[in-house]
Design a protein around this ligand. Structure first.
Ligand SMILES: [Zn+2]
Length: 88
């Protein structure tokens, strides 16, 4: 279970956790070390977002992502914010 929120913003963290729970992704084991000790990264939502949807770098575009870090081995899992918060 994700247990550390840092100073990321409690409301947002609760929303992320609720969406992960709803989609059955909150209790996943780390694929690298097999532990279940995750932390939301406080820089999460800005990952790759600096490009923005209207700014191109070659053919690349920005993408809002939520990073969750394994506190044991440092493996980083990414969830697309667009898809995580999409109710469809
Ligand atoms: Zn790990």
């Amino acid at each position: 279970m994700i247990c550390q929120v840092d100073d990321f913003g409690e409301q947002f963290a609760k929303r992320v956790l609720a969406e992960l729970e709803d989609k059955g992704a909150a209790h996943s084991l780390c694929p690298v070390c097999g532990r279940r000790d995750w932390a939301l990264n406080h820089d999460t939502i800005a990952l790759l977002n600096h490009l923005g949807p209207d700014i191109q770098l070659g053919d690349a575009r920005g993408m809002s992502a939520i990073a969750i870090v394994c506190k044991h081995c440092g493996f980083i899992r990414l969830h697309s914010a667009l898809h995580l918060f999409d109710s469809g």
